[in-house]
Design a protein around this ligand. Structure first.
Ligand SMILES: [Fe+2]
Length: 178
């Protein structure tokens, strides 16, 4: 039997109820790879997803959101950003995501100023999932059309997050909207 979205949602709830820390988040990452192996799920929930995002599952008790994301653009490059107080698991369904992980090297004393250093880069291939724990600054790039799942511990539109410009050494609030 293929591992379904319903099972994944229930496992997200159970994992975070058992361990709301790194252990629960890693369990979700591993389970997301099982879900991505379900071709019927990918066909039904990701293949029809165009550019943009759709909520696939939300659990109000743990705050978890499972979102389908897509881009039909040929070369899409995002800015470095954080997820504020939330962690995130990215799982690739089709195409690839080029991930870059950044480290903040300034002393955080000047508002609006942030110096970043690129510390790690990798390509997320279909079927694979990665956990970015709370506070990790990362950027994504999609060299060709792609579909992916993002699981977070909160609604990212409602929590305080920041985007960074490494060249200008600036940062600004992304969400919530002012
Ligand atoms: Fe992100």
């Amino acid at each position: 039997m293929a591992y379904t979205l319903e099972q994944f949602g229930a496992d997200c709830r159970a994992s975070l109820s058992r361990d709301p820390g790194a252990g629960g988040r890693e369990a979700i990452r591993a389970r997301l790879e099982l879900l991505l192996a379900n071709r019927a799920f990918v066909e039904a929930c990701l293949s029809a997803q165009g550019s943009g995002k759709t909520v696939l599952y939300h659990d109000p008790d743990t705050g978890v959101y499972v979102m389908a994301h897509g881009t039909d653009e040929g070369d899409r490059r995002g800015r470095p950003h954080d997820h504020g107080a939330s962690w995130a698991v990215y799982g690739q369904a089709a195409g690839v995501t080029e991930m870059t992980v950044w480290e903040r090297t300034d002393d955080r004393s000047r508002p609006g100023h942030a110096a970043l250093e690129e510390i790690h880069g990798f390509t997320l291939e279909p079927g694979k999932a990665v956990l970015f724990d709370t506070g990790i600054i990362h950027s994504t790039a999609h060299p060709r059309p792609a579909r992916w799942v993002r699981v977070t511990g909160a609604d990212l539109d409602t929590i305080e997050r920041h985007a960074y410009d490494p060249d200008r050494r600036t940062m600004k609030r992304m969400t919530p909207a002012a």
